[in-house]
Design a protein. Structure first.
Lengths: 377, 212
């Protein structure tokens, strides 16, 4: 069974040789800390999947985001920190070496005029730069009936990007001060996603999934009300998921950190059926409980508590054992509930990996791990 | 509907212009600023907190209510200063050293201000000494710390240690919050309390100060 067949079987509750083995990658700092714990220095976030024998997703190279990007400019050097204009136009105070989510200190998107001038023109689905120069070659690869890789479509964002571009406080106020403009922005994002996806889907390729990103929840729940979500977002999610469904793409995940309990039924209703990375958090989310609540309609990826990875091997083993029936049922691919943080010892992580390769990967048809000098204690 | 009820309703619904209009009218009619504050603005924000805790309000509703409240408070401030009206307490608040995330901190500040507390905002990436200085120089009686990351939450303990070392720990209540924080962690590092959200941070602060 190849990766493509295995992913499809897993997400459709069909028989398969083993579960896919993925992870949500690592913080930059984790890799650096792990160098001192025995990780070879040639490993970085870009090649860690290969090095650690992970299965992988492949992306189309097509963007549904801002095109062209804004210039990245360092506006002020503050030693360990800097103020930077990012390529999405947002000015942030950030650590030069990642380690914290940056603080927004200024936004280009502040009103209808700045929307019309700076952002809306960058959301044209027909921008040639949105599509890679080697489009024809890629289409040949995507449509190859013998393709073995898992190809994921870009699903974009209807709210998360707006929150990024304006800041939480400003976008929250727009919901009340100028709801028509909020709706226009969401519709424009959806138009860009639908237009771009249409071009991809019309190639005739059979894609395995579509990945959206929102990050619209925190520890206390969603960042907007259920009423607003239904009013402004659901109709446009449906435009996207209806299109995907027409072309046979029935795995649509949304990457959303935080407590998503109130959002899950809304996304399911809108055709977004896979939650990623199902952060456990202090609110105690649990993939097993979610499956009990929503049945097999809900697909899950992630859901392995990062805090457990930082504790003892006994706890890691117990959690793997607890999640194994869900992995075996299908519709669930277990991995860390966010990027693996630096307080997880390499020794623990390698123990986790060795155990899931055996328990979930059945030690069958696994990608090889590069040999490490570090031996699990 | 009586004036104070109109003001309360306008705040709860986030109608800043109405709040401005009716607070001004109340002042013009001779109503005391303290009456408008204690019987209008503060109860309205308490109701916003209740609605938030019950899941009827979300961040946008909290923000527009706080904005409306601030509009009213701006009109009252000259009178409150003139009358030497003291806040319920003075809270030094910041995101701890190494952490730049300020959304949670800002929401807690808004709700505490709406409840009648004075806020000393120490910003983000606040080293322990910054809290110590605030306690020593600005006579705050509550220190509120926020952290988003498991890697930065340890700075909360460092701050408590610094308050101890400076001999001011006994002068303040220390409250903490943020995505990775739990009551167990608050107990472990010797904080006086933990709140899972902005509204409960207000209740916690009131409770701690009432008990002290």
């Amino acid at each position: 069974m190849n990766e493509r067949e295995r992913f499809h079987a897993t997400m459709h509750y069909l028989p398969r040789d083993r579960s896919p083995i993925y992870d949500f990658n690592f913080w930059d700092e984790t890799i650096v800390v792990w160098y001192d714990q025995g990780l070879p220095r040639q490993v970085d976030r870009d090649n860690s999947d290969d090095f650690l024998g992970m299965d992988s997703f492949h992306h189309t190279g097509v963007s549904v985001d801002l095109i062209p990007r804004f210039d990245e400019i360092i506006l002020e050097d503050r030693g360990e920190f800097e103020i930077k204009q990012q390529d999405d136009g947002v000015r942030v105070l950030r650590k030069k070496f990642m380690g914290s989510i940056p603080q927004h200190v200024g936004h280009l998107l502040v009103d209808r005029e700045s929307w019309r001038t700076h952002y809306k023109p960058r959301l044209d689905p027909d921008s040639p730069e949105r599509y890679p120069e080697d489009w024809d070659t890629r289409v040949r690869d995507w449509t190859d009936p013998n393709r073995e890789t898992v190809m994921v479509l870009p699903g974009g964002s209807l709210y998360g990007r707006l929150r990024d571009w304006m800041g939480l406080e400003n976008i929250s106020l727009v919901l009340y001060d100028d709801p028509a403009w909020f709706e226009e922005m969401v519709e424009t994002l959806a138009d860009c996603i639908v237009g771009t996806l249409t071009r991809l889907l019309e190639t005739g390729a059979k894609f395995e999934a579509c990945g959206m990103w929102e990050d619209m929840a925190y520890n206390a729940g969603p960042l907007m009300s259920v009423r607003h979500f239904k009013q402004f977002l659901v109709p446009h999610y449906r435009r996207i998921t209806d299109l995907l469904h027409r072309y046979g793409v029935d795995v649509v995940w949304v990457d959303c950190d935080g407590n998503i309990e109130k959002l899950v039924p809304l996304w399911l209703d809108a055709g977004v059926n896979c939650m990623f990375p199902l952060e456990i958090g202090t609110w105690g989310a649990d993939p097993v409980a979610y499956r009990q609540q929503y049945g097999q309609d809900l697909l899950i990826m992630g859901g392995f508590d990062k805090h457990i990875l930082a504790r003892s091997k006994d706890e890691i083993a117990r959690e793997i054992e607890r999640l194994t029936p869900l992995v075996e049922e299908g519709g669930y691919i277990g991995f860390c509930d966010h990027r693996v943080p630096p307080d997880v010892p390499l020794d623990n992580y390698l123990f986790y990996l060795e155990t899931v390769r055996k328990a979930w990967g059945k030690n069958l048809n696994l990608k090889p791990m590069h040999p490490l000098e570090h031996k699990i204690s | 509907m009586e004036t104070l009820e109109i003001i309360r309703k306008a705040i709860i619904e986030g109608q800043a212009k109405e709040v401005e209009q009716h607070v001004q009218a109340a002042l013009d009619s001779g109503m005391k600023a303290t009456t408008i504050l204690y019987d209008g603005l503060i109860p309205a924000m308490a109701e916003v907190g209740r609605l938030y805790e019950e899941g009827e309000y979300f961040v946008p509703e909290m923000l527009i209510a706080a904005r409306a409240m601030k509009t009213g408070l701006g009109l009252l401030k000259p009178f409150l200063v003139e009358g030497n009206v003291q806040p319920l307490g003075k809270v030094a608040i910041a995101t701890v050293q190494g952490d730049l995330h300020d959304i949670g901190k800002n929401l807690v500040s808004l709700m505490l201000e709406g409840a009648g507390f004075e806020i000393v905002d120490l910003g983000v990436n606040a080293e322990p000494q910054k809290f110590v200085d605030a306690v020593q120089q600005q006579q705050v009686n509550v220190v509120a710390m926020s952290a988003l990351l498991t890697t930065t939450m340890t700075r909360m303990k460092d701050t408590i240690t610094a308050l101890d070392a400076a001999g001011v720990r006994g002068k303040v209540k220390v409250i903490i919050g943020g995505a990775p924080i739990t009551q167990a962690y608050a107990d472990e590092i010797g904080a006086d309390g933990y709140a899972p959200d902005a509204s409960q941070a207000v209740n916690l602060t009131k409770r701690l100060l009432a008990a002290s």
